[in-house]
Design a binder for this molecule. Structure first.
Ligand code: SF4
Length: 225
């Protein structure tokens, strides 16, 4: 009998390489600083379940590109997809890919569009902070000051679009987070367990692969959940 689950795992399996201190990624910087720090110091391979979730995200991104470039949607033109960029800051580099740049023909405006696939778009009523931070940075670096976040439901393709107003101070704050991360990595100094500071962030810890290590190093207290 064919074991298709195993075939999927085989297909998605890939080499993982340790990250290099001095090279940082916008998609991570809005998440927990300690978790990102651990990922540089104690690299862990991505498990098969997570690889499948990433692959579904890739499939959704490809679909969005097809929709944006279709003749059936003539009001929009896809200018670029997965446009790579690198930004040097002090002695480190921020590198990433902007999901989509689209031209709205009626206004002649270029807009950055970041795509996020979600389990249920019904529960998405505003952009997640860490997604908005990523988009702020892209708008700043690409010098395109109109941006939207598109959330698309993996099970039924329903979607919601949120405009994110460009704010140079917020973009600067994101760059400062990279500076702080870089400094802590170079000093080998563990960051605070950010996601355990507030009840609305603790969900990030639920599936964190460094959870045990984190609680061992900073037990729960009045300050840290
Ligand atoms: S358990 Fe929570 S606070 Fe600790 S590293 Fe993971 S996400 Fe951050």
């Amino acid at each position: 009998m064919i074991d298709f689950n195993e075939m999927v795992d085989n297909y998605l399996r890939r080499e993982s390489y340790p990250k290099t201190i001095g090279k940082y990624y916008p998609s991570e910087i809005g998440t927990c600083m300690r978790k990102v720090w651990y990922s540089y110091k104690f690299p862990s391979s991505v498990g098969p379940d997570l690889l499948k979730i990433f692959e579904v995200g890739n499939i959704m991104h490809d679909l969005v590109v097809k929709i944006l470039s279709s003749d059936k949607n003539p009001e929009i033109m896809l200018v670029s997809a997965e446009a790579p960029f690198k930004k040097e800051v002090d002695d480190f580099v921020i590198s990433g890919r902007v999901d989509n740049i689209i031209l709205v023909k009626a206004s002649g405006k270029n807009i950055l569009m970041e795509v996020k696939s979600t389990g249920s778009v019904d529960f998405v009523n505003k952009p997640a902070d860490y997604n908005a931070m990523q988009l702020q940075l892209y708008m700043h670096i690409m010098n395109i000051h109109d941006g939207v976040l598109l959330y698309i439901d993996k099970k039924n393709l329903k979607s919601k679009v949120f405009k994110v107003d460009y704010n140079p101070e917020e973009a600067e704050m994101v760059i400062n987070r990279f500076k702080a991360l870089h400094k802590l990595l170079k000093m080998d100094a563990l960051p605070d367990p950010e996601s355990r500071a507030k009840h609305d962030k603790i969900w990030m810890c639920r599936n964190c692969e460094y959870r045990d290590k984190c609680y061992e190093e900073t037990p729960s207290s009045a300050r840290w959940l």
